[in-house]
Design a protein around this ligand. Structure first.
Ligand SMILES: Nc1ncnc2c1ncn2[C@@H]1O[C@H](COP(=O)(O)OP(=O)(O)OP(=O)(O)O)[C@@H](O)[C@H]1O
Ligand SMILES: [Mg+2]
Length: 303
């Protein structure tokens, strides 16, 4: 192996040809229990090439559990998990990677002091020369990283700069370009915009769209309905481990999605609880779906 990427990520190149008939990834009534804690139950989800499937949900809703099943970290304990229409049960993330399923975690596994190009090839370095004098092919790695980043529309001034000097958003983008380069068919992004400001989030959303346009099936985990709606084709909302909403873009508006996420009914319940606990005048609190500050009531307006 002298002229190609070597090492771990070689396995990414898919060993299953997509036939176009089946979703890339599909869950049917899937669930997961940790001992007697049921983290996920009865979840249906499908991921198609060139489409972004958004998974939304509040803290503890089961989002990470869902992607851990798909990325091979955990196994489902109920229902079915299919890749290209074939039931699977991965025992390691490497097996998922072997089927072209790549996951970009929020706490990216990068070496901050190493240059960008080095991180791009981390664990899958290009080499040249025959064994035992095989060496890293530095020039080719730099050239390739530069080309791949540009292909995704990511322009960095200097690929020699330590990746630790990039912003969080830029690092996410490098990770997305890397997954695309190493042949991912399914790209899972776990809350890539959670720690980012408005502008950086926009940049990451742009590369999610770029990955989609390159034909990848994207699973975008977020708790921000606005971010989801900007790039999503399908929306699945998890609540307490079950799928509360599963709707195509044409079936749900941003307002409805926001309402689901904000938990309109929960807001009403919260008002009720607040009233009992603190003696708060709940009449002054906003109504369900109306999160504007309450208008100042006139003294006689108070009952
Ligand atoms: N390894 C584990 N052992 C036991 N329970 C777990 C484990 N991992 C998750 N859980 C439980 O499963 C439920 C779902 O957790 P999960 O991490 O999937 O939620 P999440 O939607 O990713 O939340 P967050 O937004 O906080 O990341 C939670 O109640 C959690 O406590
Ligand atoms: Mg999580």
């Amino acid at each position: 192996m002298t002229d190609d990427t070597t090492g771990t990520h070689g396995a990414v190149l898919q060993d299953t040809a997509p036939d176009g008939e089946h979703p890339l990834v599909e869950l049917r009534g899937a669930g997961k229990s940790y001992g007697n804690i049921r983290a996920l139950h009865g979840v249906d989800l499908s991921v198609h090439p060139g489409r972004v499937t958004c998974v939304l949900g509040d803290n503890g809703a089961g989002k990470s559990t869902l992607i851990k099943i798909i990325s091979g970290l955990h196994q489902h304990t109920e229902g079915e998990f299919l890749v290209d229409g074939v039931p699977v049960r991965f025992s390691t993330p490497r097996e998922a990677l072997g089927k072209g399923i790549a996951t970009v975690y929020q706490d990216l596994a990068v070496v901050p002091l190493m240059p960008v190009w080095r991180n791009f090839f981390l664990g899958s370095e290009m080499t040249k020369g025959p064994w035992p004098v095989r060496r890293l092919d530095i020039e080719r790695m730099k050239r390739t990283a530069d080309r791949e980043l540009r292909n995704m529309g990511i322009v960095l001034d200097d690929l020699e700069q330590p990746i630790g000097t990039l912003s969080g958003g830029q690092r996410q983008c490098v990770a997305i370009a890397r997954a695309v380069y190493f042949g991912a068919r399914v790209l899972i992004l776990d809350e890539p915009t959670a720690a980012l400001g408005v502008k950086q989030s926009g940049v990451v959303l742009k590369y999610i769209a770029a990955a989609r346009d390159r034909g990848l099936g994207v699973i975008f985990i977020t708790h921000n309905p606005h971010h989801a709606y900007m790039v999503g084709d399908h929306f699945s909302v998890l609540r307490l481990g079950t799928m509360e909403l599963s709707a195509a873009r044409s079936e749900v508006s941003l307002e409805e999605l926001t309402h689901h996420m904000a938990g309109g009914t929960e807001l009403a319940a919260l008002k009720h609880e607040l009233a009992q606990v603190r003696g708060v005048d709940v009449e002054e609190l906003p109504e369900e779906g109306d999160l504007q500050a309450p208008a100042v009531a006139s003294p006689e307006g108070k009952s």
